[in-house]
Design a protein around this ligand. Structure first.
Ligand code: GLC
Length: 553
């Protein structure tokens, strides 16, 4: 019998983990903001059919999973993060049949589907809230958090909401009591202390798990446990939104129950939490002992500058907080809540340098150890749209990064006729899918090539990461597993550099230079990708500014 005979193979959990890591650790996920992806109806708002129409493109690009921001029934006060029915599709986006079709077509292509789940709050138009606000003795009164205002009508505590930085309380005329909302007044917070709320929210998970989704991105899920006393925040913290302060023990037991529910389903379903705490150690605690969230978003890297020292810090913090508990990292440079990284990193840069930084960032994101999330449009190098006052939608000013995705160079950029809900991003005539697919040197092809490399190289998918200090301006790390090893160097400084790899801990230190291993360029963000099988070149030790290279032996 051979050692790999399936009948004798080691089936222990540890062996299975080594041989077959969970899909959510090896995947690259792609965030789709449905409103902005592609409109097929002419109402100017992207829809589920528009996503279906472009699944082949996502397969061509080489991502493994899609995360869909909310497409549920909503009055859209917060662009869908104010949900009025957790178990239905807003007609703007399609209907449940359309969703089922999308799910099945994604699965046919091997793409996993993660949907958003918004457990902390509902829309003010959710029937639960309509009941809750109707009287103090309504059966659903305690499904939300109601308190008496102070004697002069002041809010029950000094908490701040996160989108406009106003008070986190609104007094409702019907009963004269105030309700808590950590986001807009149109998004009342649910009361997770009430068992019926937890049960109802669990049912919404089951609804989508039964339909076959592979996982959930859980919106601000660290807010589901709150201080039962709703105590004031300390004077020095007043004005900071509650979302960055709320780190409570109650949350963890609730996450464990969510985890049990999800793990009971067949097929490796998962949950990734948006833990909007700005301390990686606090974020890490929401993995529990591998019995809470499968993954957590960690935002300090998203806020890090394009600067080697800042990146060394966020990488080292991630290792220090996650490794001891065996938790798997995630990496995000852009999403629907923040200016795109191509915009942020471009500040004060000439256009060529700005474009080079976006390319180097692609190599960085896709070579880190952990699960990367690509925000739709970053593979086109998109920057934020300028949104004139009359066309703004978001009360928190996040419209720029939500600009529609341009699919081709025609005036409507592949969207149905009609004006899209937000203006096009800059350079849409050049930076669109169709045009960039015709240019193998484009950033789109760079993403595709690094995604392909990530799939084919175990070092990138599952390998260890060893960071080392090569040069103050260069972020340098080695990825390796077994015999597969790659080096990643990113020059984040202002100068071209000659770099010597003697500090690489694994490089042979043979005194005879002819016996030292030579490093082969596998990919450069500047050059585009060099196919090692055909055109491999020995790396020249020159690292241009804003260049990222991947080297192999
Ligand atoms: C999350 C979402 C954001 C939304 C907020 C309230 O942070 O990413 O878009 O406004 O939660 O649901």
């Amino acid at each position: 019998m051979s050692p790999t005979d399936p009948n004798t193979a080691d089936r222990s959990p540890a062996a299975r983990k080594m041989a077959d890591p969970a899909w959510w650790t090896t995947c690259v996920a792609y965030q789709i903001y449905p409103r902005s992806f592609c409109d097929t109806t002419g109402n100017g708002i992207g829809d589920l059919a528009g996503i279906r129409a472009h699944l082949d493109h996502l397969s061509w690009l080489g991502v493994d999973a899609i995360w869909l921001s909310p497409f549920f029934t909503s009055p859209m006060a917060d662009a869908g993060y104010d949900v009025a029915d957790f178990c239905d599709v807003d007609p703007l986006f399609g209907d449940l049949d359309e969703f089922d079709q999308l799910l099945s077509e994604a699965h046919q292509r091997g793409l996993k589907v993660i949907i958003d789940w918004v457990p902390n709050h509902t829309s003010i138009e959710h029937p639960w809230f309509a009941e809750s606000r109707s009287s103090t003795d309504n059966a659903k009164r305690d499904w939300y958090v109601w308190r008496n205002p102070g004697p002069s009508g002041e809010p029950p505590n000094n908490w701040t909401e996160s989108l406009t930085f106003g008070p986190a309380w609104t007094t409702d005329d019907t009963t004269g009591q105030a309700y808590l909302h950590c986001f807009l007044p149109e998004q009342p917070d649910l009361n997770w202390d009430h068992p019926a709320v937890e049960a109802a929210l669990h049912d919404t998970l089951r609804f989508w798990l039964d339909r076959g989704v592979d996982g959930f991105r859980m919106d601000v899920v660290h807010l589901i446990g709150k201080d039962p006393d709703l105590a004031d925040v300390a004077p020095e913290l007043v004005g900071l939104p509650q979302v960055v302060l709320n780190n409570r023990p109650e949350t963890h037991e609730r996450l464990r129950r969510i985890r049990s529910l999800i793990d009971a389903y067949p097929g490796d379903r998962m949950a990734i939490g948006e833990i909007y705490l700005l301390d990686t150690e606090q974020v890490a605690s929401h993995y529990g002992s591998n019995d809470e969230l499968h993954l957590c978003f960690n935002f300090p890297p998203l806020f890090a500058k394009f600067d080697a020292e800042s990146w060394r810090t966020v990488m080292d913090d991630t290792v220090a907080s996650l490794d001891p508990i065996g938790a798997w990292p995630t990496w995000v440079l852009s999403n629907h809540d923040n200016p795109r990284h191509a915009t942020r990193y471009a500040k004060g840069q000439e256009p060529n340098d700005a474009a080079a930084r976006a390319r180097a960032a692609a190599v960085l994101l896709l070579t880190l150890r952990g699960t990367p999330f690509v925000f739709a449009g970053e593979e086109l190098g998109l920057t934020d749209a300028e949104v004139p006052e009359g066309r703004r939608h978001d009360p928190a000013g996040r419209d720029g990064c939500r600009a529609p995705i341009p699919w081709d160079a025609t005036p409507n950029h592949g969207w149905a006729t009609g004006t899209p809900w937000l203006p096009w991003p800059p350079e849409a005539t050049a930076r669109n899918v169709d045009t960039l697919r015709q240019d193998p040197n484009s950033i789109l092809w760079l993403y595709r090539e690094v995604l392909a490399l990530r799939r084919s190289r175990p070092a990138l998918r599952v390998g260890d990461l060893q960071r080392w200090d090569l040069h103050p301006d260069v972020l340098a790390f080695r990825r390796g597993t077994g015999h597969d090893a790659l080096l990643v160097l990113v020059n984040m400084g202002n100068d071209d550099l000659d770099v010597h790899l003697d500090l690489d801990p694994d490089a042979a230190r043979d005194p005879d230079p002819d016996h030292r291993p030579s490093w082969t360029m596998v990919c450069s963000s500047v050059e585009g990708v060099t196919d090692p099988a055909t055109t491999a070149v020995v790396w020249s030790s020159r690292l241009r500014r804003n260049e990222a290279v991947i080297l192999g032996q």
